[in-house]
Design a protein around this ligand. Structure first.
Ligand SMILES: O=C(O)[C@H]1NCC[C@@H]1O
Length: 147
């Protein structure tokens, strides 16, 4: 996907109660734990705008939920590890979440499970690059939706 001013990059989109776009911050030369919040917000906002312009989202049961809520920049450490993986969620009107984001972690777990990077019931820890606060998450069941 072409992101204005940031080039041609790969974006994952996943749902965990809201839709989020996911990009490894290193793609933009950024570090979710160390970069300036302004730079992280600018990159995430550019991704959100590009996805909104280029991707039509569908939700199986509620059209009201068929929209991109934000972009989550990650440290790229999606393979299973007992160490936390960091992310920064920029949602709604370019707000930065203090937490790793409940719906965002849920979406990230679904994405990691979908990619075969974590197994069912394998708990991962997620850390906010903004504040250091931590959540854990795990996939408990695989459900196939036909729509
Ligand atoms: O953790 C959450 O899911 C909420 N916090 C910011 C984005 C969502 O509204």
């Amino acid at each position: 996907m072409i992101i204005n001013g940031l080039g041609d990059i790969t974006v994952d989109i996943s749902y965990g109660g809201a839709f989020y776009a996911f990009v490894d911050a290193q793609t933009f030369g950024l570090d979710v734990n160390k970069s300036r919040t302004r730079d992280l917000v600018d990159a995430a906002t550019a991704v959100t705008k590009a996805v909104k312009a280029q991707v039509k989202l569908n939700h199986p049961v509620s059209d009201d939920l068929a929209f991109l809520y934000g972009t989550i920049l990650t440290d790229g450490k999606d393979e299973y590890s007992s160490e936390p993986t960091s992310n920064v969620c920029v949602f709604a009107e370019a707000q930065v979440d203090r937490s790793p984001t409940g719906s965002g972690v849920t979406a990230r777990v679904a994405l990691q499970f979908h990619k075969g990077l974590i197994a069912l019931n394998q708990t991962r820890m997620f850390q906010s690059g903004a504040t250091g606060s931590k959540f854990t998450g795990r996939a408990v069941e695989m459900v196939v939706l036909l729509f």
